[in-house]
Design a binder for this molecule. Structure first.
Ligand SMILES: [Fe+2]
Length: 548
């Protein structure tokens, strides 16, 4: 990462008229995005950097673009052309606006560890499917989708703040004693900035992210394993010496690195922190604004009261519509009335889940539809934690909840039922014209599958899971989970019935799912499963061998 461009460019929200280009620089500077050509004659857009904890960022909003226009672009830091890098082996980075309608081809996935791309780490962590895809496209290929995707959706665990690589631990050890809390886990913004550099600085991936628009949402490991699984979990974290610093750094860096670029120009203009930046820039007379205190205060406030901010967002997909739900920060953890989405978030989801689109695509980092047995198992555990059989059962239930990661939608059963009812109404045409399908996209579970709700009327409702990009389950765990799907179904049904769990499956509606087809990686180094061509969303399989 030589030169003033420390990271990026990362092409983020792109629509028919605008594109967001995010960069991190090594100094205060003016960042310019220069298009090779454009019909209106305007080819340059500028932004000053802003600082957070002595790091420098710019999000250049390239606006007033022509729909369906594709052109190569450069990034300049002050007057110096920094992208493409001199002597790069990769093709020019292009910027393509959408046409505003028509099909959009989207790749998605989750769970990507950032370790070296050598034989040893291929054995321990698998091959990085995203990097492999980048190398294939750079060689002129199209990848398993047969055509370059238009959009990349990253569904969580983009970075691992709790399980760190040797390179990350080396950096941490250069700053503080690893024997003191939080040990090899991340402690502050500086460490997050380093982690993002490790995750996104690899040359092939960096090139991919420079031309393929990406959208993102966090999952637990972006913060910590099991983030917000329960009120008790939060109390345990808040009792530590390091949690407050960690969550402030996690959410602050997430806003800077991931969230800001998810937003359309209109949504960004309404973002309070972005508004604060623009307000202070107006008074700064061209000098860089230091946003550190505002970012830290914002992160602390939204963690203390998640109802004050929304990480969820929507995105147009041609004639289809994408709703990205935050299924981590916006939880209501109140025992007895827990909900995956708190009140304002649920009301927002209720407004967004409508018909009138070719397809309705709902992204949630945690699968909405688990195999039925696991779903019921989680609902049973929720009843246990809520003390259905007394205090002892609550204690045992909480241990199981945390130990076995029983924290998916089935473990927040009332909110599962509410969202399922909304989706039923969409699919039945009771919320506007029924779309051709309602598709949930998810990650998190380190295996991939496609499953469908059994319905006799209305539109299809499917769940697609694509995980991991690079972080496979150990072989023994794969066999265990695969076997569990057979055992868990009757067991889960039995347990759920014993707890009188109000599961939708019990009402004979086909929910949560009649069964599921789980597709395992064909080798430990691949990921993904392909769905039928022509769908608005398709995950792609990584190749079995590493290249480059
Ligand atoms: Fe996760």
């Amino acid at each position: 990462m030589a030169g003033p461009l420390r990271l990026g460019p990362v092409l983020r929200h792109v629509d028919d008229r605008s594109a967001a280009v995010w960069v991190e620089t090594d100094r205060a500077a003016t960042v310019t995005v220069r298009l090779e050509d454009h019909p209106t004659g305007r080819t340059e857009w500028h932004r000053p950097t802003f600082a957070v904890h002595d790091h420098h960022y710019a999000l250049v909003e390239v606006t007033d673009l022509t729909p369906g226009w594709r052109t190569a672009y450069q990034v300049l830091v002050d007057e110096e052309v920094c992208w493409p890098e001199p002597g790069t082996p990769f093709p020019p980075s292009t910027l393509s606006t959408t046409t505003g309608d028509g099909a959009v081809r989207m790749a998605f996935g989750s769970c990507r560890t950032s370790v070296p791309h050598d034989a040893l780490h291929h054995l321990t962590h698998g091959v990085d499917a995203l990097r492999t895809f980048a190398l294939e496209v750079a060689d002129g290929g199209t990848g398993p989708m047969g055509r370059r995707p238009d959009l990349l959706l990253l569904l969580g665990d983009q970075v691992y703040a709790d399980s760190t690589s040797a390179a990350m631990r080396e950096f941490i050890a250069s700053r503080r004693d690893l024997d003191e809390e939080p040990g090899p886990e991340l402690a502050d913004f500086e460490e997050y900035a380093h982690l993002y550099g490790l995750a996104w600085g690899e040359p092939a991936l960096r090139w991919l992210l420079s031309w393929l628009p990406s959208l993102m949402i966090f999952d637990d490991h972006d913060v910590r394993d099991d983030w917000n699984t329960s009120a008790e979990w939060r109390e345990q974290m808040e009792a530590t010496s390091w949690w407050h610093g960690r969550i402030v750094a996690a959410l602050g860096s997430y806003w800077v690195y991931q969230h800001l670029g998810n937003l359309s120009p209109g949504s960004r203009a309404r973002d309070p922190l972005w508004q604060e930046l623009l307000r202070r820039e107006r008074d700064a007379d061209g000098r860089e604004v230091d946003l550190t205190a505002a970012v830290d205060a914002f992160a602390g406030e939204v963690d203390a009261d998640p109802t004050t901010y929304r990480w969820s967002y929507t995105h147009p997909l041609g004639g289809s519509h994408l709703v990205v739900l935050d299924s981590r920060a916006a939880r209501d953890l109140t025992p007895g009335s827990r909900s995956m989405l708190d009140g304002p978030e649920m009301a927002w989801a209720d407004e967004q889940l409508t018909g009138g689109h070719d397809h309705l695509v709902v992204a949630t980092s945690l699968p909405f539809l688990l195999p039925r047995g696991l779903h019921h198992l989680e609902s049973w555990n929720e009843a246990l934690v809520d003390g259905r059989w007394g205090r002892w059962s609550a204690v045992v239930g909480e241990r199981l909840r945390q130990g076995l990661d029983l924290e998916h939608w089935g473990a927040f059963s009332e909110s599962f039922d509410r969202v399922a009812a909304m989706v039923d109404e969409v699919a039945d045409g009771r919320r506007g014209q029924a779309p051709s399908s309602v598709v949930f996209l998810s990650g998190d579970v380190h295996h991939s599958y496609v499953t469908e709700v059994e319905r006799t009327t209305g539109s299809r409702i499917l769940q697609l899971v694509c995980s991991p990009i690079r972080n496979p389950l150990p072989r023994a765990m794969r066999a265990l989970v695969s076997g569990m799907s057979h055992v868990a179904r009757p067991l889960g049904r039995l347990l759920a019935a014993s707890a009188k769990c109000p599961t939708r499956g019990g009402r004979g509606t086909g929910w949560p799912v009649p069964g599921s087809t789980t597709t395992w990686p064909c080798s430990r180094s691949t990921t993904g499963t392909c769905v039928r061509p022509g769908w608005p969303a398709a995950c792609w399989a990584g190749r079995t061998t590493a290249r480059g």
